[in-house]
Design a protein around this ligand. Structure first.
Ligand code: SF4
Ligand code: SF4
Length: 276
């Protein structure tokens, strides 16, 4: 039992958080609960603390909208939170799409699809940053928050909380894309919200730290990591994972039997000396 908990503790906590948040949003809509109201773009805790998705607000600003003060306060709250816990913690601990993409990744490992697809990746991981820039340009050009209109994240969230419409089709497409076309295809290559949080996460405090002296080069961490390029130091140097693309999902920590990975608080001074 304790081994099972040890190997899946963060995964269990992440699922508990992701599903718990959906239940709270659902409860607000269905039964008038006041704990967490709104949606993933703009919400309130207990009717008091506003939270706003900074990327959605950035699109609104690009579109020329006048942004209300409570939205700006919400942006500050969310930015500060992810600045501390890691930008892409949103992806692995909050975003409902992560349930879909993690399932596709799991099936890829079970059926060894990665080995069958050894050919060069058809698109680069930098694509998400290009889409991010493009979404802001389109917002400015069309006068609407462009990605919010087509976001499968909002579709899935709205679908679960308010009743699923065409969202299923978008979710199914992402699942099939990740399963058969490209490993970690949507989140690691396409999603501009993930790209935005990667940029924010570059400067965040809580990082995964690698202890080279404990590493036995089993590479289990790289097998489960959805962004394995961030683990370039494995078996080479004791370093924190400084890339903002790390989602702080902690899968690498829990699959490591040698205690060679753990969470730590970023040491900005030492990282600077190392030339990071
Ligand atoms: S990359 Fe996008 S879809 Fe994937 S988990 Fe992050 S925000 Fe959600
Ligand atoms: S390095 Fe670890 S915490 Fe970061 S994305 Fe990979 S598995 Fe998750």
């Amino acid at each position: 039992m304790s081994k099972l908990w040890n190997n899946y503790r963060y995964l269990i906590l992440r699922r508990f958080t992701q599903i718990g948040l959906l239940v709270l949003f659902f409860g607000a809509n269905a039964w008038g609960w006041k704990i967490l109201t709104g949606n993933l773009s703009s919400s309130e805790i207990l009717g008091v603390i506003p939270m706003s998705d900074p990327y959605a607000v950035l699109q609104m600003v690009a579109a020329g909208a006048v942004v209300a003060t409570d939205l700006l306060i919400g942006v500050a709250v969310v930015t500060l939170f992810y600045f501390i816990v890691g930008g892409r913690a949103f992806c692995s601990w909050v975003c409902p799409i992560n349930l879909v993409t993690d399932s596709a990744n799991y099936l890829r490992r079970v059926f060894d699809i990665d080995r069958a697809q050894k050919t060069k990746q058809p698109i680069t991981r930098n694509m998400r940053y290009w889409i991010l820039g493009l979404s802001l340009l389109v917002s400015a050009f069309m006068g609407i928050a462009a990605f919010e209109f087509v976001s499968p994240i909002s579709m899935m969230h709205r679908g679960i909380v308010f009743g699923m419409g065409f969202g299923w089709a978008a979710i199914a497409l992402i699942f099939l894309f990740d399963l058969f076309v490209l490993k970690n295809g949507w989140c690691g290559h396409v999603c501009p919200l993930g790209g935005f949080y990667s940029l924010l996460g570059k400067f965040s405090f809580i990082r995964v730290h690698h202890l080279e002296e404990n590493c036995t080069l089993c590479m289990k961490c790289k097998v489960v990591c959805p962004e394995k390029q961030v683990l370039h130091m494995i078996g080479k140097e004791s370093l924190p994972v400084l890339s903002g693309e790390c989602t702080n999902c902690a899968r690498c920590i829990e699959v490591c039997d040698d205690d060679a990975l753990r969470f730590s608080i970023r040491d900005f001074i030492q990282n600077k000396k190392m030339g990071e």
